[in-house]
Design a protein. Structure first.
Length: 396
C-alpha cells in the first residue's frame, strides 16, 4: 500500500483545538513567550490525534471503574519486544527491560547511578536541554563534545570526543540518537567509532533513542546496543511518547544488561518512583501493537511538510537556512544571516512574526543564532507560519 493510500485513513490536516486542555504547548504560551498571540511551534509534542487504537484502549480501560496500583503486564513487554524486532531488527530479552516514568527522569537516574558528584558527563551540543540539567542539577560536571557543521550537515567531532573521554573523571556519555535538535540519524559507522572511544576509556553510554521510530524514507536508525560487544556498558531509553504523540502519559523503557539495568532501577527506587500506571500501560501496548500504519502515514505526511518548508525557505527566505532532518519532526533553522543577536532574534519571532519557537541558545554550544521549529502541526498551520515569517523578514 502506498503512502497516499495510508494517509487517507488518518486526517493529519484536521485542526484540533488544544487551548484549555492544560497543554504545555498551547496553554503555556503566555508564560513562555509573554503573550498568547503566537502560533506555538515549540515544545516537542504533535498537534495530531494519537492513533485511534490508543484512544480506544484508554476508553476501554477507563470503563473499568477501579484505577488501582498496577503491575507491568506481559502484554506490555511483548508489544515492545515485537515492535523493536520488527522496526529495528533488535531482539531484546525481557529481563533487560525496565519500565521507567519517562526519558528525562531516566537521564537523571542514570547520571546518579553511574557517576558521583564532581564526575564528568559528556554531551554533544547543541542538544536537548535536559541533557545539561540532568548533570548540573545532580552536582556533576558537563563536558562538551560539540557537533560540527560541515557542508550543510552536522557530524560528530571524534578527535575532540577522544580528548573528552580521556579526561580524569569522565564516566558517562549521554548520546542523543536520533539527534534533537539537528535531526541527524547517526550511521552505523559513526556509532561504531563512538563505541570504540567509549570502550577504550571505559565510558558508560546512555543512548536516548526516543525519536528512533521517526525517521524519513531512505534513512534507517541503528540502535546503539545492536553494535555493542560483550563488556560494553550501553543503556538505551525508548518510549512510545514521541512516536505516537502520547508524551503526557509519561512512560518509557530502559533496555540494558542486568547490572546497568539494576543500577538505574536502584536510583529510581531510592525515590520510590514507579512507572506503573493503568492508562500509560494500556496506551503503550495498543500503540506498539496497532500503531504501525498510523506511524507510516504520519511520516509520509511529515516528509511532505519537511520538503515544502525547505523549498519555501530556499526560494523565498534565503536568509534562513533549514537543515533537513533525517529523523524527528523538528527542524533546526540557521537564522544568523538576519544579523540579530539572540535576544533580538527571539523577540523578532515572537513580536514581529507571531511565532513561538524554541531559541537555539537553550540547546547550548552551537545554538546561538538558531531556532528550532516543530513541524508536527497541520500543514495549513505551517504554511501560515512561513507566510508570516516571510512578511516579517521583508519588513526589516
Amino acid at each position: 500500500m502506498g503512502a497516499g493510500a495510508l494517509t487517507m485513513h488518518f486526517d493529519f490536516d484536521h485542526p484540533i483545538a488544544r487551548a484549555g486542555t492544560a497543554s504545555v504547548k498551547h496553554d503555556g504560551r503566555a508564560t513562555v513567550f509573554g503573550t498568547e498571540a503566537v502560533t506555538p511551534l515549540w515544545v516537542a509534542d504533535m498537534d495530531f490525534a494519537a492513533p485511534p487504537a490508543v484512544t480506544e484502549a484508554l476508553i476501554e480501560r477507563a470503563r473499568h471503574p477501579v484505577y488501582g496500583y498496577t503491575v507491568y503486564p506481559d502484554g506490555a513487554f511483548e508489544a515492545l519486544e515485537r515492535w523493536l524486532a520488527a522496526r529495528h531488527g533488535w531482539n531484546v530479552a525481557r529481563e533487560h527491560i525496565h519500565f521507567c516514568p519517562g526519558v528525562v527522569p531516566t537521564l537523571y537516574a542514570a547520571v546518579q547511578a553511574f557517576t558521583r558528584p564532581g564526575d564528568n558527563v559528556i554531551v554533544q551540543p547543541p542538544v536537548y536541554p535536559p541533557f545539561f540539567s540532568a548533570i548540573r542539577d545532580t552536582g556533576r560536571r558537563v563536558v562538551e563534545n560539540p557537533l560540527i557543521e560541515r557542508d550543510g550537515r552536522w557530524t560528530m567531532d571524534f578527535d575532540q570526543l577522544e580528548g573528552c573521554a580521556a579526561r580524569a573523571g569522565s564516566k558517562l556519555l549521554l548520546l542523543c540518537s536520533p539527534h534533537n535538535p539537528v535531526g541527524r540519524v547517526w550511521t552505523h559507522e559513526e556509532l561504531d567509532r563512538l563505541l570504540d572511544i567509549a570502550r577504550r576509556h571505559e565510558l558508560v553510554v546512555l543512548a536516548d533513542e526516543i525519536h528512533a521510530d521517526l525517521t524519513y524514507p531512505g534513512v534507517r536508525h541503528t540502535p546503539l546496543a545492536t553494535l555493542a560487544r560483550s563488556g560494553d556498558r550501553v543503556l538505551t531509553t525508548v518510549a512510545p511518547s514521541k512516536t505516537f504523540n502520547i508524551p503526557g502519559l509519561g512512560l518509557s523503557a530502559l533496555i540494558a544488561d542486568e547490572a546497568e539495568r539494576d543500577a538505574v532501577a536502584r536510583a529510581f527506587g531510592q525515590l520510590h518512583v514507579s512507572a506503573s500506571n493503568p492508562f500509560s500501560l494500556a496506551a503503550l501496548e495498543a500503540a506498539y501493537r496497532e500503531g504501525g500504519p498510523w506511524l507510516d502515514a504520519l511520516m509520509a505526511y511529515l516528509e511532505t511538510t519537511r520538503d515544502e518548508v525547505i523549498d519555501l525557505l530556499a526560494h523565498r527566505l534565503p536568509r534562513i537556512h533549514a537543515y533537513a532532518p533525517e529523523g524527528t519532526y523538528l527542524m533546526w533553522l540557521d537564522c544568523r544571516p538576519l544579523g540579530l543577536d539572540d535576544a533580538a532574534l527571539r523577540d523578532f519571532f515572537i513580536h514581529e512574526a507571531g511565532l513561538g519557537l524554541n531559541p537555539g541558545t537553550s540547546f547550548g554550544t552551537g545554538g546561538s543564532g538558531h531556532m528550532r521549529l516543530n513541524l508536527a502541526s497541520p500543514r495549513a498551520v505551517i504554511r501560515d507560519a512561513l507566510e508570516r515569517l516571510e512578511q516579517a523578514v521583508s519588513r526589516r
